[in-house]
Design a protein around this ligand. Structure first.
Ligand SMILES: [Zn+2]
Length: 217
């Protein structure tokens, strides 16, 4: 039973596909999804309406997480506005008791500050993680979770190194927007950890149930 924790398309090659739902890319509501305000798409004049849309979706039982949301120093959106939108979303996630799926580019310190400022109590999943060991260590110490994707397949990538250090209870696998089967990502993760694929399958099922508060049948 494969679980794809973060994808932008429902392609039915995993038992669970948590689709990052957005009306721009997915026409029909997926079976299970996450919904959030991405730091590329924040609009100053309609921020309140955009945040209302986040709340509206979190009321749906099929919506298991708030995300992707976060901070991106390469985004054209003003960083202060990103910070404001992110803090609001942390508060919403805590109000609705949903984990956060995080998009973070070159702003890990700021990310931690926002989570502390908003007194976050919900699980934090850093998606598409491919950063260096120092950042990985800080994130582990914060108790964050990691979702690894395409970068694992690269030769000696940061993601591959991080996977070996974060601990089996703290990670997930994803395809994000890559044209890739989650099965390859599982295969590679098992290879990197030097364990049988079945062990990864079992571990990620239990991680998913615990962090997303979702009972798998
Ligand atoms: Zn994504």
């Amino acid at each position: 039973m494969f679980i794809n924790t973060h994808t932008h398309r429902q392609i039915y090659d995993a038992k669970i596909e948590l689709v990052n739902y957005s009306t721009q890319t997915v026409e029909e509501k997926p079976r299970l999804y996450s919904f959030g305000l991405h730091p590329w798409f924040i609009e100053k004049d309609s921020l309140h309406r955009q945040l209302d849309q986040v709340k509206f979706n979190l009321l749906d039982k099929r919506c298991l997480a708030l995300g992707e949301c976060g901070l991106d120093k390469l985004s054209k959106v003003d960083f202060e506005l990103q910070t404001e939108a992110f803090i609001e979303q942390i508060k919403i996630a805590n109000e609705f008791k949903k984990p956060l799926i995080i998009h973070c580019v070159k702003a890990f310190n700021e990310l931690i500050n926002c989570l502390n400022d908003a007194d976050n109590q919900m699980p934090v999943i850093i998606h598409g993680f491919n950063n260096n060991e120092n950042i990985a260590r800080v994130m582990v110490n914060q108790g964050f979770y990691f979702s690894f994707g395409k970068a694992l397949l690269g030769y000696e990538s940061n993601a591959a190194k991080a996977l070996k250090n974060v601990g089996r209870k703290n990670f997930f696998l994803e395809t994000d927007d890559a044209d890739l089967s989650i099965k390859y990502v599982y295969k590679k993760a098992a290879e990197l950890l030097g364990v049988d694929e079945e062990i990864i399958i079992q571990q990620l099922q239990s991680n998913f149930e615990r962090v997303f508060n979702y009972k798998l049948d």
